[in-house]
Write a protein that binds this ligand. Sequence first.
Ligand code: DOR
Ligand code: ZN
Ligand code: ZN
Ligand code: ZN
Length: 396
Amino acid sequence: EVVDGKGQILLPGFVDLHTHLREPGREDTETVDSGSAAAARGGYTAVFAMANTDPVADSVVVTDHVWRRGREVGLVDVHPVGAVTVGLEGRQLAEMGTMAAGVGRVKMFSDDGKCVHDPLLMRRALEYSASLGVLIAQHAEEPRLTVGAVAHEGPTAARLGLTGWPRAAEESVVARDALLARDAGARVHICHASTAGTVELVRWARSQGISISAEVTPHHLLLDDSRLESYDGINRVNPPLREKSDVEALRRGLADGTIDCVATDHAPHAEQDKCCEFSQARPGMLGLETALSIVIETMVRPGLLDWRGVAKVMSERPAEIVGLDDQGRPIEVGEPANLVLVDPDTEWTVRGRELASISHNTPYEDMTLPGKVTTTVLRGRITARDGEVFPLTGER
Ligand code: DOR
Ligand code: ZN
Ligand code: ZN
Ligand code: ZN
């Protein structure tokens, strides 16, 4: 089949290090099937499915199941993320080695949507991960700093009386884990960096020779705490939307390579858990189908990234960080490739109900965004074209 890419931008398939597919456990909000469709439409050829499922992905039974479902659907490579500890708030290390050796070949471990709180447990997890050659992704959040705190800590949130994660809750864990990674001789990946201080800490850690990487979400690149004025639950997310100065620092950090990549933290939630008052809402926002447009809006249009830079932060760096050998490297002639074609000049208006996800909790409802994925190709096979997806199995 010949695809005419005239006037379009050809990029390597995107890699998302942080996706919540909700399977198993909350198939009423997203499945491997529906989330894969959203990913393909968003230009992704690989996603990393977070471990905070029900049951938690703390055993090879769950991680292999997620991987197999992804293969059956065939729209995107679904890489399972394993849990670092047993259960969601576990005090015991999970069998990371068994998950890494399964058919799902788990490459990344995390204790999403929480962080590994206990520093000694984190230290042991880092040592174990280094010996296995896998990566630990940390959801930097010190929970003892979130209890009853004016979490968003900006003047807006304080005035509105909203609670959540103060910036110290994030930054103290980033600093702690950088030091633990140094002493363990391990690598650590920081999920959803959200403050100017985190950018500074990552920059400092790297200057010390520490193996640290970090991601930023599209929503933290675009939205700030002025959105909280409405008390609308749609704006609730962890880490919270922060101040304009943080947004600026994150954009600059992504532009200069301090922040390695964009990861969506795609977090589907049921209608009743989002369409409510802020304090009642669950944290999380959809992200897979809007990520590229937000990167164009926040990074390409202001001249902070060129298209080469987009390829880097959406595909090459995330593939490198997690050690995918079939992404983010030059393609040999004749080799089946992972590619995405982008129309840079189109604008489109976001409607939650028109997205492929089962849930509709997009914070960009009715916003007009630049740029659209027109074609996604996974190993030489078209998985999405002009919004239509082509799974290997029915059941959609
Ligand atoms: O807002 C969030 N929601 N942040 C996370 O890291 C977890 C996620 C979820 O699972 O809903
Ligand atoms: Zn998180
Ligand atoms: Zn916790
Ligand atoms: Zn998450």
